[in-house]
Design a protein. Structure first.
Length: 335
């Protein structure tokens, strides 16, 4: 019996997609709708960068016009007199007041906010955590001027006892000495800013802690860990980058807060050794209080101080991004 075989020809290989097609497929931009959405998203990002660059150029140009005519050292002068001939002004007091008040606010607000977020997500029963979270959300929506009025009418009069106690027990340090004047100082500003940024940091931290994988917590419990050990070993490492981001959001509001600071602070363009005595100032407060009455040159000088605040904000956010990028591999979350 003869067996005949047929030579079958193999089908031609399928054409390989090009590198550009691979990139489009990876981005999901293979259909018209995807390509349109990709273009709009990319355009929005570029537009944001253009706006930021335009703001920086505007601030730098107006700052140059002011600083070129300044007869004082812009960084170290303890005076703000743009109406004098020749004009003399500097940002030493404003930079000191802005940084110190923001640090005080962060030191007070961040630990309390993290503690509240942990309580709401891991300790409080649902019927209690819901109303508390709702109240915190409402506090985040309160306008700044309302906080300022509350601070001037309620907070400032009730701080005399605290200032007296700090002076009695810690006045020897010099930083917490008090001369008995009205408590309209940088410490008062820091306390008020801490109250204002507390809802922001709490809300973001709470949402981050809710995203902790349940398997991580159950694994820690299976190993015999207590509830606090679960939080320390599983929750806090996972949420570290999120807490840093929340803190930076709060710091951004503290750095740029205007009306509330102007309501409770008595500025005098002097750097005092004590945080309890009136004096000091911040960038935003100085701009808000002097802008309407300033001349054209005075407004350029205020814009120059705004440029410094702009740079400080960029540096703070850049440092936060660097910290998050360095620690995200240990947190289990993406920055």
């Amino acid at each position: 019996m003869d067996i005949t075989t047929k030579n079958t020809q193999a089908p031609p290989p399928a054409p390989q997609p090009s590198v550009a097609e691979h990139k489009r497929a990876a981005r999901g931009a293979t259909r018209p709708g995807d390509r349109i959405f990709l273009g709009l998203s990319r355009g929005s990002g570029i537009l944001l960068l253009v706006i930021m660059a335009a703001i920086a150029v505007f601030l730098a140009y107006r700052a140059y016009l002011a600083i070129s005519k300044d007869h004082g050292n812009f960084l170290t002068t303890f005076e703000w007199n743009t109406g004098a001939i020749p004009p003399v002004f500097g940002i030493a007091v404003l930079a000191f007041g802005t940084v110190v008040s923001s640090i005080i606010a962060m030191v007070i607000a961040v630990p309390i906010a993290v503690a509240i977020a942990l309580f709401l997500t891991h300790y409080a029963p649902r019927r209690l955590s819901g109303p508390i979270a709702y109240v915190i959300d409402l506090l985040a929506a309160v306008p700044s001027i309302v906080y300022g009025l509350w601070g001037a009418l309620i907070l400032v009069p009730h701080l005399t006892g605290l200032f007296g106690w700090l002076n009695d027990y810690f006045g020897w340090t010099g930083i917490l000495s008090w001369d008995g004047g009205p408590p309209r100082s940088l410490l008062t500003v820091g306390i008020l800013l801490a109250i204002m940024i507390l809802p922001i940091v709490t809300n973001v931290s709470r949402e981050v802690f809710r995203q902790v994988p349940r398997m991580h917590e159950e694994a820690a419990l299976a190993l015999g860990a207590t509830r606090w050990e679960v939080i320390r070993m599983a929750v806090l490492p996972f949420g570290r980058s999120g807490v840093i981001s929340a803190s930076m959001l709060g710091l951004g509001r503290a750095l740029g807060e205007t009306m509330a600071v102007a309501t409770v602070l008595s500025p005098d363009f002097l750097i005092h050794g004590s945080l309890l005595n009136p004096g000091g100032g911040t960038f935003a407060q100085n701009i808000a209080s002097k802008f309407n009455e300033a001349t054209e040159y005075g407004r350029d000088a205020l814009i120059a101080s705004g440029l410094v605040l702009f740079v400080i904000t960029l540096l703070v956010n850049g440092a936060a991004r660097a910290i998050i990028a360095r620690r995200k591999e240990y947190s289990g979350a993406n920055a």
